[in-house]
Design a protein around this ligand. Sequence first.
Ligand code: ATP
Ligand code: MG
Length: 476
Amino acid sequence: MNICINDKIFTIISEVASGESAEAYVIGGWVRDCLLDRNHPEKDIDIVVTGSGIELARKTADKINPRIRVSVFRNFGTAMFRWGDYEIEFVGARKESYRSGSRKPLVEDGTLEDDQRRRDFTINALAISLNKDTYGQLLDPFGGMDDLRKKIIRTPLDPGMTFSDDPLRMIRAVRFATQLRFTVEEKTFKALSENAARIRIVSAERIIAEINKIMMCNKPSVGFRLLEKSGLLAIIFPELDNLKGVEKKDGRAHKDNFLHSLEVLDNIALNTDNLWLRWAALLHDIAKPLTKKYTRETGWSFHGHEYRGSKMIPDIFRRLKLPLNEHMRYVQKLVDLHLRPIVLSQEEITDSAIRRLLFEAGDDIDDLMLLCEADITSKNEKRKMKHLENFAIVREKLREIEEKDAIRNFQPPVTGEEIISTFGIKPGKSVGIIKNAIRDAILDGIIPNEHKAARDLMLRKGRELGLTPLENDPGA
Ligand code: ATP
Ligand code: MG
């Protein structure tokens, strides 16, 4: 018996199918990953059924436990249920034909082989029989096993047609190449480049789901290089594509910001599984083309690219259909702050500069430091070590100051309400002036982060503004 179907769920499906005189096969990702000995955290199982997938799903769930809820998607002819860690999807074997201009195929019932033919890649078309007489047999009409051995991504049918029919498959090809570290076979890649413009008919939601999977790979640059090489990147993510290239003036060149951004992304991927920190790494220099300048005296500069970059992010997120929520604001903040620790590490580090950085970065300070360390892509080992040592000093200083002053989640020790009730004034400009004066004094180390000192400063500042405390003020 094939090791891939050792789990008990497969014998249950097999028994139910034979009682129904339906044929059932495991197909797709489960088979591929099992043959590759790849551990999958999610246990997604796809079952293809000649006959009704929905019926077989219902009967199988019923046999396991009548209380299991089966979700039915009648329009797609599919049904799924969860059992423990498993998520099992049943689909009736089908034959598909496409019309141009749409990703939605015409669908009719078909054989197992018809169904394998509609799959995106040979390695995803492998099926294992769950039928009594052929239980465990591998069904591989397109040489998927061979391609697994050769580590190749190839389409079962003509690649041009496969990609033109459903252009999302082009991004999937790149995603599998990145996840599995496979090569996209030559003809397949050629067709991918030729059909790149077809990606426009695919929704941004489907594309970003695949891009995020690329982002979460061990070495995401592999995917972005393929997207660039095929011409897909220029269409789906022009801002990133724009970072490409090196300009030279008076014999002085700047670095290729596309390759640099990818290197930073790969570096940070070694240290974090936080998708949004990975996005911040990819986007940290996104405004460099906008801010590029050359002067004979100072050479190449990209002044303000961190700020301009953070301002570009909402548009990018909106278009790519990334979430416009706290994740976006986190990415903006890291992009905006990404030079601050570098500047700090190059100067005499003052406590007040450290406090201001802690105040602005808040709880994201550790992520910011990871980003800065990933940003060191110098090939000069000595210089690289020097930068890392400087950052180690910044980190130590951050720790010391945080321990002493607790700035990380700064809460003003005197609130607006206290200012209002002390002077008997209405909310307004004076309250803001006093609050800012207190915050600045704390960040500059002029007063400690404590209520008494802050209150004294409030009274002094109030007097300067012509305010007098009320006689009966409880805090006085
Ligand atoms: P993973 O679950 O790791 O993303 P997978 O191969 O299971 O990998 P799914 O997106 O879950 O990928 O799809 C399941 C199967 O459905 C694939 O293995 C493939 O056979 C088929 N498939 C999915 N999307 C397409 C598509 N756009 N065109 C053709 N076949 C597809
Ligand atoms: Mg899957």
